[in-house]
Design a protein around this ligand. Structure first.
Ligand code: ZN
Length: 251
């Protein structure tokens, strides 16, 4: 309830004046701003024009970030474009290095935050996203726990499942990770191909976020939780309720 992911999922279609107005409002209301980039970004596309347009979209995001006070630009790198996994990784990594440089990344005040993908045929396993963050300056991970749950066929259930991922990221990225934790949460349904549809948080679908919330509280992490449930505000209230209850029960 104190962070907002501006959904530029069909492209960044607003004027600079409007972007500045959003920045002013976020300042007045003390809302932490992030942005979700276009769904059709595809950095390793077979079509070279699509690759160029995808880079241009991210560069525009970096230019708009300081106007809107956006600190993280979340995006899906796209598919593998018919390439082998290693080759796709190299193409995407090089594209992001170029985006960071051409978009004046260090001046933007924002990170590029590639997201774990829910569909198995899309680039973005936990390991691929982590490696991008190691090899590209200006990258932090967006851990979408629902996507990871779907991609691993329900593999995020217990406290140990969450800890395995958090420890891997923390050991590899250190403070870059722990100071800039960015999580997406929602329920999800999946098939053998991975993600099917986002669902509300709660008992009917996985993943159960209670173990995650407990770990966060115990470790003193300060992640930004973005709710991606069908009604995002209800998901956000639910997550905040869990955090507040745990806080109270430990006082
Ligand atoms: Zn997400």
């Amino acid at each position: 309830m104190d962070a907002l992911e501006y959904a530029a999922v069909r492209g960044l279609r607003l004027s600079e004046d409007r972007a500045k107005r959003i920045g002013e409002l976020s300042h007045q209301s003390d809302v932490f701003m992030t942005m979700h980039g276009a769904y059709y970004i595809s950095l390793a596309s077979r079509n070279l024009d699509v690759r160029e347009r995808s880079k241009a979209r991210l560069i525009k995001g970096l230019h708009f970030a300081p106007l809107m006070r956006v600190r993280r630009i979340v995006f899906h790198p796209g598919g593998y474009g018919g390439l082998g996994r290693e080759e796709a990784f190299t193409v995407i990594r090089n594209a992001l290095r170029e985006v960071w440089e051409r978009g004046d990344g260090p001046q933007s005040g924002a990170f590029l935050a590639p997201e774990i993908a829910g569909k198995i045929n899309m680039f973005g396993s936990a390991e691929e996203i982590l490696r991008l963050c190691v090899e590209v300056e200006g990258c932090i991970p967006t851990i979408d726990w629902a996507h990871l749950y779907a991609r691993t066929q329900g593999g995020i259930k217990t406290r140990d499942d969450y800890l395995r991922i958090l420890n891997l990221y923390e050991e590899t990225l250190g403070e870059l990770f722990t100071r800039n934790m960015h999580f997406h949460i929602s329920g999800i349904t999946y098939t053998e191909a991975g993600e099917r549809a986002h669902r509300p948080l709660g008992a009917s679908w996985g993943p159960d976020i209670l173990p995650l919330v407990e770990i966060v509280r115990e470790a003193g992490y300060r992640p930004t939780f973005i709710s991606e449930t069908p009604e995002p505000v209800i998901g956000a209230l639910y997550a905040k309720f869990l955090l507040d209850e745990l806080e109270r029960s430990n006082q």
